[in-house]
Design a protein. Structure first.
Length: 172
């Protein structure tokens, strides 16, 4: 029997449980770093899960039908995080599971649901207007006029771990 959300086949009668059909997915999904083919495959995978999520959790009015379209990158990122969290919670290594992992995932789902709305798209997809902000010439003018405002970035508490993970991913 196959689970359409995680790409594994469960072999009945086998004590070890799931057997991978294909190479395991990457640990993190970074849409901008994927090849077009990878992006297409992952988007189809995510789409199947989002369809299930909408039906299973009655989110028809919470998630825009055009969540995958340009202009909805924040919605895509939230759905991606929810999907990967769901996979880790419900299909991940049982040795790494927490006692209340499923409840924690459901809390995150309901917490993040409010950030999935796109009211402008209720009657069909509407491209989002460009973000205003200090870009281009305005940003360079600000930097030139305010060099004393720009300080070194503070040390990030997880910098060492992020560097170790990056090195492990690149085989260093």
């Amino acid at each position: 029997m196959s689970d359409p959300f995680i790409g594994i086949t469960v072999v009945p009668g086998q004590a070890s449980g799931p057997v991978a059909e294909a190479a395991p997915p990457p640990r993190r999904w970074v849409w901008s770093a994927m090849t077009p083919a990878d992006r297409q495959q992952r988007l189809l995978e995510l789409g199947q899960w989002v369809d299930w999520l909408i039906d299973h959790h009655h989110l028809h009015r919470k998630i825009p039908r055009c969540w995958y379209r340009d202009g909805h990158e924040p919605v895509l990122e939230i759905l991606t995080a929810l999907y990967l969290g769901w996979v880790r919670t419900y299909c991940g290594d049982p040795a790494k599971a927490t006692a209340l992992g499923e409840i924690a995932w459901l809390k995150e789902l309901h917490l993040l649901t409010q950030h999935l709305a796109a009211p402008a798209c209720d009657a069909g997809h509407q491209a989002q207007p460009p973000r205003p902000g200090p870009t281009g010439k305005a940003l360079s003018d600000w930097i030139d006029a305010s060099p004393d405002r720009i300080t070194a970035a503070p040390y990030h508490p997880a910098e060492a771990e992020a560097n170790r993970l990056a090195a492990a991913l690149h085989g260093a």
